[in-house]
Design a protein around this ligand. Structure first.
Ligand code: AP5
Length: 209
């Protein structure tokens, strides 16, 4: 199954994707994770995108489209994928349709107040990228990742000013994709506001699993 996860920053796309890979047996492809790994490795891509991402703006379409096109050409993505954080603009969605046909776009339906609560408490493992939350999903040992023992940190773009920018960018450039995929008959709305396990249930129901 080829799925797009569409939703505001902090809606829980990465958290659900980590659980959905076990259900669907397809890879989780997150452009945000790819960019952050490039930044950590100080690769040419990472050096190019670091300041843009830290400020909450979007990386340019050309760079992002090329990256996803190459990733989707790899063997593991032939049987399906969960695309988390791509497309994020209409030009990205049009480009994707030229090189891959998604089966559904899952729209994470969630109010702004919940998004702010989730983003301001988010903690991430520097080593494996696992997501935690200061209130809703604490690691067993403070500051240490349950999965790999890595250090847990606050993302640069989870600072207040960058969160505001990301929400503004979402409304202007990404929210129009809801109408884009609805018109194509591909949109599935999922109530993303309850706890993580209930969101998994809502997701299964929406997909008829
Ligand atoms: P990206 O990493 O994709 O960021 P995002 O879309 O802003 O999404 P987030 O990772 O912030 O949130 P999420 O929805 O995955 O929520 P999460 O599961 O972590 O992109 C980062 C940047 O890269 C962008 O700003 C941009 O610069 C660049 N970029 C990426 N893709 C791009 C593209 N296509 N084009 C251009 N630029 C691009 O959950 C959030 C928190 O809530 C966590 O703490 C979690 O534990 C908690 N939580 C999750 N679900 C629940 C729940 N059900 N109940 C309670 N708590 C929950």
């Amino acid at each position: 199954m080829k799925l797009i996860f569409l939703g505001p920053p902090g809606a829980g796309k990465g958290t659900l994707a980590a659980k959905a890979v076990d259900i669907l047996k397809v890879p989780h492809i997150s452009t945000g994770v790819i960019f952050r790994s490039a930044i950590a490795a100080k690769s040419p891509l990472g050096l190019k995108v670091k300041a843009i991402i830290d400020s909450g703006k979007l990386v340019d379409d050309e760079t992002t489209i090329e990256l996803v096109k190459e990733r989707l050409a790899q063997g593991d993505a032939q049987k399906g994928y969960i695309l988390d954080g791509f497309p994020r603009t209409i030009p990205q969605a049009e480009a994707l349709a030229r090189f891959s046909s998604a089966d559904k776009a899952v729209n994470f339906d969630i109010p702004d107040s919940a998004v702010l609560e989730r983003l301001s408490g988010r903690r991430v493992c520097r080593k494996c990228g696992a997501n935690y939350h200061a209130v809703f999903n604490k690691p067993k040992t403070a500051g240490v990742c349950d999965a790999c023992g890595g250090e847990i940190y606050v993302r640069e773009d989870d600072r207040e000013e960058a969160i505001r920018k990301r929400l503004e960018v979402y409304r202007e450039q990404t929210a129009p994709l809801i109408g884009f995929y609805r018109k194509k008959g591909l949109l599935l709305d999922v109530d993303a506001s309850p706890g993580a396990d209930e969101v998994v249930g809502n997701f299964r129901k929406a997909l008829g699993l």
